[in-house]
Write a protein that binds this ligand. Structure first.
Ligand code: 4AD
Ligand code: MG
Length: 438
């Protein structure tokens, strides 16, 4: 039954003084149990934290001791007891058990407290999510989403939802997922950007936030086939405005997680000093200068080539834990919609943000081509069908203005903040080349 005063373990950890001495009921699952002589310890989890409950003879009925013996990992229970402040316990409180009711005795649970291989854990993702580490990652992911939305809402951006079924590509045709669509074919969206541009012309400042899809054949620690992207798009913004906004947003997200998710960061044993280094201003270097840095570090690439993982890792190393913007890329490695640099037509006015410690490109974006003729030519040069983009060209025909935006990859951001070495743990159910279940 709904009861807004229902007690959760996390409530007590937030305010151990308030709950000291209080009798409460916990509805939870058995995380672990152990014995020390006549005293039994039952460690419970309810999704908001862990609570150690203590069974002492005389303080609870003898039947509770029999039930304790029966309890298996992940059995569900309803327990009443008296809380006391206990600074040595993980949540800052402990419970003296008074009554124990077994709700459902669990079968032998496949995930024990021993180490398991990642493949096994991914197959059992529906259960793996119950472990405190995974729960901490999910809470931080939710906090990041909330921080992003607050950041834009506070700045009068309008949330603008782009379609998932689309008729054409945004980020090249090689990573499109295709699906039959009645008499036509449709593609799962690679990015909401083109629709975000419509929003910017209609509403000034918007952000698109939703799932995006890439048929990525690459098996790396940074690639998913389904991932979430947050994409602001702003009329009357140039490349520098765009980088300034991205920088402010990243700092905002980090500060929010540091202050509101300290407990979860501790569960993950994340080094907070690393997160605190993410302060403005972030360095900005051109592609041309980045090539020189890479050359010196022995991972140089010829002019005109895109950076891969070794290049991104090397670039992320150099700025004392801060992420770095790389801007002005050779036109040939960028999508059709980038504005050509008026200073030098070899370049596209793009900007990528590369995170430190090998987390790679977390943001990709830039200024958009606002000249109709130039854009038409670019669509053609990229081998795209002009008729698919007439509506997009209309934005240039009717009151074209300079505008810019970017896409933040949510899962890479979660991996960076949580200190995880693979994006598969940053989303409840990762979709990758060989992973479609559960
Ligand atoms: O650099 P990308 O491809 O840029 C765009 O899609 C633009 N249309 C965005 C815009 O300007 N509105 O992707 C943006 C970000 C990357 O920097 C990365 O963080 C993430 O999306 N990303 C992926 N994350 C996980 N798995 C993948 N396969 C990803 N591809 C891109
Ligand atoms: Mg990119």
């Amino acid at each position: 039954m709904y009861n807004e005063n229902r007690f959760y373990i996390g409530d007590a950890s937030k305010n151990p003084d308030k709950y000291n001495g209080q009798t409460v009921t916990v509805r939870a699952w058995v995380y672990n149990k152990r014995s020390s002589g006549k005293i039994k310890f039952l460690i419970l989890r309810d999704g908001t934290g862990l609570l150690q409950t203590v069974l002492v003879k005389g303080e609870c009925p003898d039947s509770a001791f029999d039930d304790f013996e029966k309890l298996t990992q992940e059995s569900s229970v309803i327990i009443t007891g008296v809380l006391r402040k206990e600074p040595r316990s993980p949540g800052g409180v402990e419970m003296g058990l008074r009554t124990l009711q077994i709700h459902s005795l669990a079968e032998a649970y496949p995930i024990s407290h021993k180490e398991h291989g990642v493949e096994f854990l991914m197959e059992n993702r529906h259960l793996w999510l119950r472990t405190p580490r995974q729960a901490a990652v999910m809470k931080i992911r939710a906090e990041i989403i909330k921080a992003i939305r607050d950041f834009y809402d506070e700045r009068d951006f309008t949330l603008f939802d782009a379609p998932i079924l689309t008729p054409s590509s945004c980020e090249g045709t090689s990573t499109l997922f295709q699906t039959p669509y009645f008499e036509q074919k449709a593609f799962l969206t690679q990015s909401g950007q083109l629709y975000g541009e419509v929003g910017a012309m209609a509403l000034g400042k918007v952000y698109v936030f939703g799932p995006t899809f890439r048929a990525e054949k690459s098996k790396t620690r940074k690639h998913l086939t389904e991932f979430w992207m947050m994409e602001p798009e702003m009329a009357w913004y140039d490349l520098d405005d765009n980088m300034a906004l991205a920088e402010e947003m990243i700092k905002y997200i980090f500060q929010r997680v540091i202050t509101k998710r300290a407990l979860e960061l501790k569960t993950l044993e994340r080094d907070i000093s690393k997160l605190e280094k993410v302060k403005r201003p972030f360095p900005r270097i051109s592609y041309e200068d980045a090539l020189k840095v890479l050359e010196k570090k022995g991972v140089g690439v010829p002019w005109g080539e895109d950076f891969g993982a070794p290049q991104e890792t090397a670039l992320g190393e150099d700025f004392d834990g801060k992420p770095v913007f790389i801007h002005r890329f050779p036109k040939q490695i960028k999508s059709f919609y980038f504005k050509t640099d008026p200073q030098n037509p070899k370049y596209a006015l793009g900007c990528d943000l590369i995170a430190p410690d090998g987390y790679g490109e977390v943001i990709g974006g830039g200024q958009r081509e606002d000249d109709c003729k130039v854009l038409e030519k670019s669509i053609e040069e990229h081998g795209l069908k002009k008729s698919d983009y007439e509506w997009y060209l209309d934005l240039r025909r009717y009151g074209s203005v300079p505008h810019a935006g970017f896409g933040l990859g949510l899962e890479r951001t979660v991996a960076w903040i949580c200190g995880l070495d693979h994006v598969r743990e940053t989303i409840p159910f990762a979709r990758m080349i060989n992973t479609l279940r559960p």
